[in-house]
Design a protein around this ligand. Sequence first.
Ligand code: NAD
Length: 512
Amino acid sequence: QIDIKKLLQNLGIEQINHSSSTGKAWSSSPKAEAKVIYSPVDGKEIASVKFADADVYNATIQKAEEAFKTWRTWPSPKRGEVIRQFGDALRGKKEELGQLVSYEMGKSLQEGYGEVQEMIDICDFAVGLSRQLYGLTMHSERPAHRMYEQWHPLGVVGIISAFNFPVAVWAWNASLAMVCGNVCVWKPSEKTPLTAIACQHIIQKVFEKNDVPEGVSCLVVGDRSIGESMSNDKRIPLVSATGSTRMGKAVGAALGARLGRSLLELGGNNAIIISKDADLEMSLVGAVFGAVGTAGQRCTSTRRLIIHESVYDNFRDKLVKAYKQLKIGNPLDENNHVGPLIDKDAVNGYLESIEKCKKEGGKFVVEGGVMEGAGYESGCYVRPCIAEAKNEFEIVQHETFAPILYLMKYNTLDEAIAMQNGVPQGLSSAIMTINLREAEQFLSYGGSDCGIANVNIGTSGAEIGGAFGGEKETGGGRESGSDAWRAYMRRQTNTINYSDKLPLAQGIKFDL
Ligand code: NAD
């Protein structure tokens, strides 16, 4: 049980009813209607918030633009030091913030804590990065010339995030963007604004202590219209947007039309290939966690299992048995495996997908349905289900953000890889095999076409050290580790002539 008032208080939230913050001041438009936020866990009201209007939005972006002029002059390691302190502040609030993530979004408490841990990890990464924003030096073709490249910040970075990772995705973007010298304006999902407000309070305290200029980290609570304003706003050179492919196409088109930059992290349709040489016990854990974890609401959730025909019946029976043992209920109770979907619209989407699958000829070996009775009052709890299906079914080609798992059979690995790649999305993929030849083929240029390809690990989840993102309709963006920081900076090539002559490149002659 959660004492929500106390939890919000412990998170230092003083201003719930305001729609935006520039890192110091909180403001709200007087005419804005209060929106009540309900928990999918028990259907109870958590709090009401106010969505920002155009005036509040504009004032926030203006503040951010002003802050950029100062923030970009701070040495990067000094910016890193502030992010180090932010990571420490998160360590101090991990329990409370994890609980609020779990209660507002509906993921398990373990996953709520995990999400905050991911924020801490990326802060640590960003601190190191603040001393490693390296550019190359090149040898000039001209005598007494020096050539090198350097990386400069872009300015105001817009961050639009989805409900399912209500805080980590912001931290992935913001911590890197800020050590790179940018200022950030965050529009969280309208379904999970309270965790965002909590994060803003945490960072605000750290920033005040360090005299960070007001406007470096801004929050604008609102619906998609704020996201649309950001996409069309020339003051924002980069919009990083996480969410559905439908949203990404709109954001990408708007940014493309003004030749701004977009970083898109969109839907997945992730498959695991279960080979005849798979460790089936390990595969079972990976597949079940991937399919039912976060109630199937991860962009990396396992949606399809492509199983070798020789182990198909055996593995299907193991899955059915495992699904019978799943405990569905309050995600704050650590005995439960599966929590609720985010809201009743998501429940309807789940039910419609089941119907569509049946119409196309899918055969359910574990039936779905909505849970009823004590403990399920929110109406958001559903049964994870499994259907035998075909890859070409329209519904299988589509990402349903719910715990529906499709099984299909294969004969040759070429066939399995073609099925794995034969969807519009390209985020996460995996093969379960102890056969080196199969593993290497899957990882080769002729193998998986996804941004993430794993061997003997499921599709779900990722560490912050690698670049995260996917191909095709997943949007092509990369965030988090490796050299993903470059997306938040502009590259400048510099050539310096320290001779008393002016030779032209390519030996071109020009005499006066
Ligand atoms: P959503 O697309 O409904 O909303 C995401 C965000 O975009 C929200 O803040 C919303 O207000 C905003 N938005 C919606 N339409 C917009 C528009 N036209 N212009 C600007 N902003 C707009 O997604 P959701 O239901 O919150 O999240 C689930 C989706 O997110 C799934 O498809 C999932 O796979 C995807 N996701 C992807 C990743 C990834 O890294 N690839 C991570 C998490 C979630």
